[in-house]
Ligand binder design. Sequence first.
Ligand SMILES: *[C@@H]1O[C@H](CO)[C@@H](O)[C@H](O)[C@H]1NC(C)=O
Ligand SMILES: *[C@@H]1O[C@H](CO)[C@@H](O)[C@H](O)[C@H]1NC(C)=O
Ligand SMILES: *[C@@H]1O[C@H](CO)[C@@H](O)[C@H](O)[C@H]1NC(C)=O
Ligand SMILES: *[C@@H]1O[C@H](CO)[C@@H](O)[C@H](O)[C@H]1NC(C)=O
Ligand SMILES: *[C@@H]1O[C@H](CO)[C@@H](O)[C@H](O)[C@H]1NC(C)=O
Ligand SMILES: *[C@@H]1O[C@H](CO)[C@@H](O)[C@H](O)[C@H]1NC(C)=O
Ligand SMILES: *[C@@H]1O[C@H](CO)[C@@H](O)[C@H](O)[C@H]1NC(C)=O
Ligand SMILES: *[C@@H]1O[C@H](CO)[C@@H](O)[C@H](O)[C@H]1NC(C)=O
Length: 687
Amino acid sequence: MRLSIWWWALCPILTTADLTLRNPHFLGDQTSRTGALVPYALDPLPLGSVTPNGWLLDQLQLMADGLPGHEHDFYRYVRDNPWVGGDQEYSGAHEALPYWFNGLVPLAYLTNNHRLKDQVLNATNYVLSHQQPDGWLGPETNVSEREFWARYPMLLGLTQLAEVEAGTPLATQILDAFHRFVNLAHTMLSNNYHGYVKREGQNFDDQWGRARAADMIMSLQWLYERNPRNQSAKLLDCMDFFYNQAYNWTHWYSDEVYPREDLDTLPDNFTAANWPLEHGVNIAEGLKFGAVVRRFKHDDQLANTSRRAVGLTMTYHGTPSGSIIADERLAGLSPVRGVELCTVVETMFSLSYIYHALGENTFADQCELAAYNALPVMTLPDWWAHQYVAQTNQPMCHKLEKSPFSTVQDIGQTFGLDPNYPCCTVNHPQGYPKYVAASYVREGENGIAHVLLGPTSVKTKTRAGVQVEVLCNTDYPFAHDLSYSIHADNSFDFLVRIPEWAQSVEIFVNEARLNHIQPDSVTGLQRISLDGAASTVRVQLSTEIRVQPRANDTVAIYHGALLYAIPISYDLTSYPDSDYPNGPPEVMNHDLVPTTAWAYAIDPSTLRYKGMPSSQAKLPNPLWASTAPTAITATVCEIDWSLQDGYAPNPPLAGNRTCSSDPFDIDLIPYGGAKLHMAELPVMNLR
Ligand SMILES: *[C@@H]1O[C@H](CO)[C@@H](O)[C@H](O)[C@H]1NC(C)=O
Ligand SMILES: *[C@@H]1O[C@H](CO)[C@@H](O)[C@H](O)[C@H]1NC(C)=O
Ligand SMILES: *[C@@H]1O[C@H](CO)[C@@H](O)[C@H](O)[C@H]1NC(C)=O
Ligand SMILES: *[C@@H]1O[C@H](CO)[C@@H](O)[C@H](O)[C@H]1NC(C)=O
Ligand SMILES: *[C@@H]1O[C@H](CO)[C@@H](O)[C@H](O)[C@H]1NC(C)=O
Ligand SMILES: *[C@@H]1O[C@H](CO)[C@@H](O)[C@H](O)[C@H]1NC(C)=O
Ligand SMILES: *[C@@H]1O[C@H](CO)[C@@H](O)[C@H](O)[C@H]1NC(C)=O
Ligand SMILES: *[C@@H]1O[C@H](CO)[C@@H](O)[C@H](O)[C@H]1NC(C)=O
């Protein structure tokens, strides 16, 4: 999408010098480490260090009070899942409970919600106390049916829990269980990759495990760095095993192999042979593959695998909202095609990881873009219903007459409990909680950096041991002032990431204007040295409207981290879900039917930004709704463009656009609040 993705030539080669961890949440001995992993450019902090406030806290509370926080009460694939003694699953992969767990751990702790912590701890108790005698985690007693894949999100959840519960018996229990599991994994993988590469007589589907290997290797690295005991060598072996038989993303993203064509036009045997590499969620998880593997392979070429993965995916399949167009297979750039909710949250997680690992500004900007646009547009404001796929131009959500998607059904873009398939129901809760947790990092020996901007606070120590507390007050991304109050017990460096779209920056430290502002050209981080006392820092970013050309003479319109769209007013028709007649009354499936016109052309030379009325204005809660705090006014006219099979087809081509109304002004609002929206707008000259 943006050329700046391709600036890797400028990137520093990180040294592989030994990294001494001085983590205050340090979990145990590390005496028998056999060699350090390549350090992160910017060290992530353990869960619990960062907390949400402002509108992000409101969002997490809505999630806790909405579907994410109630799945455990009634949703069969969580409540009655085989991982916790039940018998309800949507697929033999047994991924439902692990997906849910991976999101609920941070949601429960970041909202400090005792009801949710209870749910998480009950599930943990069951899973740990039912670890099988040989060390296997999960319900598969028949050895031929054991597949590693669903362990990945379970271990990502357990490692977060061990961080936030560091020093407690529960953390030790998790580490013990993980070590038993690693022993078994080592035996299985040494035995012809049992449970990983499918062999005759084994009943599982090996595609997901081998495409998503990075998620498993991450947890192995986590254990290797924090609590290896005497298993460092086994842990490294396991990383190698998972890597050796993983689908090879380096190969896929090479110039000779990566398909730049519309996949629908390629031979069926090509697309069939490469299905695991063309599947949206696999790709989203796989974006970080190179960056993860590089940490133990010590091969800087692998950083390029992640850079190329993000660059090629976004260039050929990127949605203006910051995610990947794949419904479920990669689908090109058309605004008709779908963006899957699981793909959105996995893209966010991978991009925040890549920013931590490589420290290149563009990945953090892209992460914010997905977090502030692609994610919120897919849930209703109260977080009780979501879509399976969203379209960039989406004037109606209902059962389509015919699905334009590759393997998603006609109800895929309705809002509900589990439209099309249950995976996004259980996987979407990870989005904002993990984003919040990733939003501050340690920098160097004595720095703390705010990297994913938004209203969040952090309480932690620098590597050198200075205790730091930062509270960020902001309406970002709706306003571009960030106001920090900071306490530290000694001098340290505070750093703020300056997004690439910021045209100018002003910073005030204890009310005095900072004269030399020069963010690092790679990380985007502006360093502010503070002494050990109470300080205030005010950061004011300025930016202009950005117009991005898209296919077929259309544009997408941005201001800061927000995409703007023409909102379409609608009537909501709601139906109970027939599978859950006794579920919570809020559980409903919904059609959104437009009550206004939607077929517009826009004149991009007429755009005017309307910011928040005053700095005292309070953001609405729920936030991601049509009551938007900011807008862009534009001159548009209606054009001749009609629904086809129940959705908006590709817009008429440039030579075939005539106004069917006089030009008039309309307000575009942030995409995330416009559930029915037109965001890839055909251009006309209306002056
Ligand atoms: C957790 O387990 C305890 C004991 O079995 C039970 O009393 C409690 O209701 C459970 N909590 C949840 C949220 O399921
Ligand atoms: C275990 O799974 C395999 C593969 O599905 C099957 O052939 C075998 O009968 C199962 N064994 C038992 C004891 O259920
Ligand atoms: C080291 O490994 C051996 C077996 O491989 C085990 O018996 C022993 O308890 C381990 N020691 C520690 C400190 O974990
Ligand atoms: C993956 O592909 C790259 C590029 O084709 C190749 O250099 C590398 O050896 C492959 N890795 C594995 C584990 O096969
Ligand atoms: C697909 O089929 C064509 C024509 O039969 C063949 O040349 C090509 O090698 C096949 N590709 C794959 C990936 O099987
Ligand atoms: C990454 O790719 C770029 C462009 O192809 C190349 O110039 C650079 O040397 C590569 N870096 C590494 C570490 O392989
Ligand atoms: C551009 O328009 C053509 C003709 O309508 C259509 O086939 C193509 O899919 C469009 N491209 C995109 C990326 O939307
Ligand atoms: C022009 O646009 C109209 C309305 O969308 C459409 O029906 C017609 O097929 C288009 N003609 C051409 C030549 O693209």
